[in-house]
Design a protein around this ligand. Structure first.
Ligand code: ADP
Ligand code: ASP
Ligand code: MG
Length: 416
């Protein structure tokens, strides 16, 4: 008998039929003698629909109200799942984040979990009840509802698995595991049986949305056995494990595409100490995550200063930075959101010189211009024009020998 946390993403609960199919799977797991806690996302498309409604009212709605609105998607789905389980003759109870409680900080729309109480769920499971938790949401210390950022239900599931000391956390989604690139963009992507927490964290942080980056971080920290499976059945799956448990270690483990990227440039900024701090500190204070930063060489005491941020924060960032631009006497501020970030990820990068050059060569062969570059021990990232994003993923995937040569025309992968 095991204690299992199962998380079902939006596409797995897209309709009442989907919910019923998922509920039957949950019942099967339970009837094998396991204890099960379920986490659900909103039904597919629901979060976008709610955000769209708010966006019709105003372009940058207050975070508190946006969270109150979008958290209802998960609320409805958790209750529907519990009702469906009851209809199948099993006792079930839905919970919102605030009913556990799952307590977060006050950073609306991208809150982090600070405390999670799960005793009530142990009691339920001991009584034969299946708890169904609305993912993605929590409550902060002033009582307001918060959300954990797009894709955050994965993090709810892993946090619950850690708190419940579950034997395993299963993430059910619309793909049968983690691939070397998004299989919907790169048909020759290879399925991975295992990937290390560290590499998965890099992939997730750089746009591979199959797992929310925070969920991988928590799984590594609390050593939660984490597996990604398809909610539509099949044998394939991917385990996220410690680095020493991954047998084969290629130089590059995967390629990602991050679409939620914009850049802001300040032209002719006075080149003197404290300027970067002055430009970026208001962004840090409002929890806007600045990623790549470039300051070009100074000529005649002036330099251009460019940085990237998530597109979802662009409007707010423009508001803050335009004030600073005026204060420091910059010539002008430019913003661009038709860019994407393509990254190659792998623990082999730090020990293999020439990896970056191969990536740049593959992009140049496709005539793709690189606007910004950043590297770390584990990754190389390039900012390019949005329209070349998918082509770039396929080109970089190929140059590192990741293409699945057994791939057949109809998208089937014959071997792993
Ligand atoms: P859910 O709604 O179940 O949480 P998501 O849409 O958040 O599902 O995540 C699953 C999607 O992640 C897949 O449909 C796929 O397009 C995308 N994806 C991106 N990168 C990868 C990757 N390396 N491996 C597998 N899937 C990936
Ligand atoms: N429903 C939320 C989203 O679409 C959270 C999730 O699915 O994990 O981002
Ligand atoms: Mg997701």
């Amino acid at each position: 008998m095991a204690l299992i946390v199962q998380k079902y993403g939006g596409s797995s609960v897209a309709s009442l039929d989907h919910i019923r199919r998922v509920a039957m799977g949950i019942v099967t797991t339970k009837s094998k003698g396991n204890k099960v806690t379920v986490v659900v996302s909103a039904m597919s498309g629901e979060t976008d629909k709610l955000l769209g409604l708010a966006g019709q009212v105003m372009s940058n709605p207050p975070g508190r109200e946006q969270d109150a609105l979008v958290s209802t998607g998960e609320q409805a789905c958790a209750a529907l799942m519990a009702i469906t389980l009851e209809s199948l003759g099993h006792r079930a109870k839905s919970y919102l984040g605030l009913q556990l409680p799952l307590i977060t900080d006050q950073v609306h729309t991208k809150a982090r979990i600070v405390e999670l109480q799960s005793d009530i769920l142990h009691d339920d499971m001991n009584d034969g009840i299946i708890p169904v938790i609305a993912g993605f949401q929590g409550v902060c210390d002033n009582g307001s509802i918060t959300t954990l950022g797009r894709g955050g239900s994965d993090t709810t599931a892993v946090a619950l698995a850690a708190s419940l000391k579950a034997d395993c956390c299963e993430i059910y989604t619309d793909v049968d595991g983690v691939y070397t690139a998004d299989p919907n963009i790169c048909p020759k992507a290879r399925h991975l049986k295992k990937i290390s927490y560290q590499e998965m964290l890099e992939l997730a942080g750089l746009g591979a949305k199959v797992l929310h980056a925070r969920s991988v971080e928590l799984a590594q920290k609390y050593q939660v056995p984490l597996v990604v499976k398809s909610s539509f059945g099949g044998e394939k799956h991917t385990w996220i494990v410690n680095e020493e448990d991954v047998m084969e270690n290629s130089v590059i483990k995967g390629v990602t595409l991050e679409r939620n990227v914009s850049k802001i440039s300040l032209i002719r900024v006075p080149d003197r100490p404290g300027i970067a701090y002055k430009i970026l500190s208001p962004l840090a204070e409002t929890s806007i995550n600045v990623d790549m930063i470039i300051q070009n060489a100074s000529t005649d005491g002036f330099a251009d200063f460019t940085f990237t941020i998530p597109t979802t924060d662009l409007e707010k960032a423009q508001e803050l930075v335009s004030k600073i631009a005026e204060e420091i006497g910059a010539l002008e501020m430019l913003a661009e959101n038709n860019i994407v970030k393509v990254s190659a990820v792998g623990i082999g990068i730090k020990t293999n010189p020439g990896v970056a050059a191969r990536m740049f060569k593959s992009l140049s062969e496709e005539n793709i211009n690189i606007e910004m570059i950043s590297t770390s021990e584990y990754r190389i990232s390039c900012i390019i024009e949005e329209k070349y994003g998918e082509l770039a993923v396929r080109a970089v995937h190929k140059v590192f020998g990741l293409d699945d040569l057994n791939h057949t025309k109809d998208g089937e992968h014959k071997h792993e």
